[in-house]
Ligand binder design. Sequence first.
Ligand SMILES: *[C@@H]1O[C@H](CO)[C@@H](O)[C@H](O)[C@H]1NC(C)=O
Ligand SMILES: *[C@@H]1O[C@H](CO)[C@@H](O)[C@H](O)[C@H]1NC(C)=O
Ligand SMILES: *[C@@H]1O[C@H](CO)[C@@H](O)[C@H](O)[C@H]1NC(C)=O
Length: 474
Amino acid sequence: MNISHSFPKTQLNSKLVNLIFISSSLGLIIYLFFSSFFLLPNTQLLFQTRTQFSYPTSINHIVFGISSNAKSWPERKEYVTMWWKPDQMRGCVFLDVPLNSSSNNNNNNTAVPSDDSLLPPVCISGDTSRFRYTWRGGPRSAIRVARVVSETVALNHSNVRWFVFGDDDTLFFVENLVKTLSKYDHELPYFIGTNSESFDQNKLLSFSMAFGGAGFAISYPLAKTLAKVLDSCLERYPHLYGGDERIWSCLAELGVGITREAGFHQMDLAGDPFGLLAAHPMAPSVTLHHTDYLDPIFPNMTNRDAIRHLYKAAELDPHRILQQTVCYDRWFQWTISISWGYAVEVFGKHVFLPDVLRVPTTFRPWRKGNVFSFDTREHDEDPCRRPVVFHMNTTVLDGDETISIYKAMTKGNCASNVGSPREIEMIKVHAQKMNLGMKQLLTPRRQCCDVLPSSRREKLEIGIRECHEDEVIR
Ligand SMILES: *[C@@H]1O[C@H](CO)[C@@H](O)[C@H](O)[C@H]1NC(C)=O
Ligand SMILES: *[C@@H]1O[C@H](CO)[C@@H](O)[C@H](O)[C@H]1NC(C)=O
Ligand SMILES: *[C@@H]1O[C@H](CO)[C@@H](O)[C@H](O)[C@H]1NC(C)=O
């Protein structure tokens, strides 16, 4: 149903009509039969669908509900300023109690820009003391967090297609959120998000739950329905741990399950998230999460500076950020994997494409012993036996083209012989600015790249382009 808008069905129908007309002497009778019982109602329906999609989903159709609290907000709001566009976005950040000036002053994080006009308005959550919470040792605030959904709906904004929820450390790539949601018919009951990277967390909670920190979206009609029944539903689930479990349970009671989108990231990991970002699935990156609990995504930077650095590339080409492209250098037998705007891995040998697409386990499980719920490849203990990594240094826009430069930020003490990728000093990647149309969103296809003839051993130049129809990446 959700893809109906991408095909001009009324046109197909009229072609069908023409065919029927000319192909048979019974044509008129058949036509009348079909038109009264089949074509006409169908055409009407399609006209409605077409009208609705004649205005593509934009940021103006989304209302955000961000869960925070007075304690963490002064410190987390720095993350929200990185993606919030005050003149274009609607919604609220929900706090438990009003911020008072003394708690602001006590905050020692003086580097935080404190221009609150750049931030979402603050809403204070309603009282939840009447609800029972029986998960021993768990946070009662889970009830308040679940009610962010109904309280965001109750803001009564007009012209809303989607409600989008996240934590105060959920980092959105807003253009990609909009693109991802634009695939779906917002008049149908959709619940869109993703589960955890931890198999064990999914097993414990549910594989079909949208984990809250990854961010999730609920279409307007479903959110309205959920808001109506939420309080009575919450009464039935005092024994659950989190807010997202409550939302998921109440949606399950409405008969709705998750639609998984691989661009949302819960990031239930510890250590260096490099692998996850270097081998991103073929979907626009929608969110990152938990970055305060992980190593900085760029070496020699603070967590927040590293995220800001990534957003600089994302601003120039949001659709391409973290998209993985792989090419092969025939001369040196290298395998080059680009995660656009973030990093390039160069293997000093040929590696089959399916193996390059697996996620190198540069990180540890969220909890000891947890198993990951995605494809992994080994991350060698010995840095000298790993592919050489180049992190994004700068990205510039040159007309419709981007040039991104990647450099080795940590130099290991590895012996390097002639022809080793360790001799590379920088990698320069040229790419067209990506503009995802409905075709690429519905049937994504990886792009191709070439090592350009202008390359030298120390300065690799690579061009990313669309693959030819029958081109193989090998
Ligand atoms: C939203 O609309 C409902 C019903 O019309 C009303 O009860 C509520 O007070 C309104 N909320 C706001 C914030 O305007
Ligand atoms: C980019 O490279 C230049 C020159 O090597 C260096 O001074 C600068 O710190 C680098 N910037 C980043 C963000 O790595
Ligand atoms: C980054 O930090 C590491 C140690 O933390 C250091 O060895 C390395 O030289 C630094 N790299 C740059 C480019 O400053």
